[in-house]
Design a binder for this molecule. Structure first.
Ligand SMILES: [Zn+2]
Length: 91
């Protein structure tokens, strides 16, 4: 079973690349039992969709808020990782 840290890394990587079948299965099994990671994936999905929308609208690529969105995503990721450190990890 993947750890919360491994799942957060894979979910973050999925923004830039498609996960392998094995990675998707591992993440799916973990999400089935871990509410914190489900919330993390929900937040990452919102960010991912925002980026897709920006890519679909080229005029928005010059929008300075793109940098703010990336920074906000990283802050969310770091907060979630910090939160998980304070709680026992499931293995
Ligand atoms: Zn988890």
């Amino acid at each position: 079973m993947l750890s919360c840290k491994e799942v957060s890394q894979l979910v973050s990587a999925s923004v830039d690349r498609d996960l392998s079948f094995g990675e998707r299965v591992g993440v799916g099994l973990h999400l089935w039992i871990c509410n914190k990671c489900r919330k993390f994936v929900h937040n990452m999905t919102l960010i991912k969709n925002e980026f897709r929308q920006l890519k679909a609208e080229p005029e928005n690529l010059c929008d300075p808020h793109i940098e703010l969105s990336a920074a906000a995503g990283e802050r969310i990721r770091q907060k979630l990782l910090q939160c998980q450190c304070a709680h026992p990890r499931r293995t």
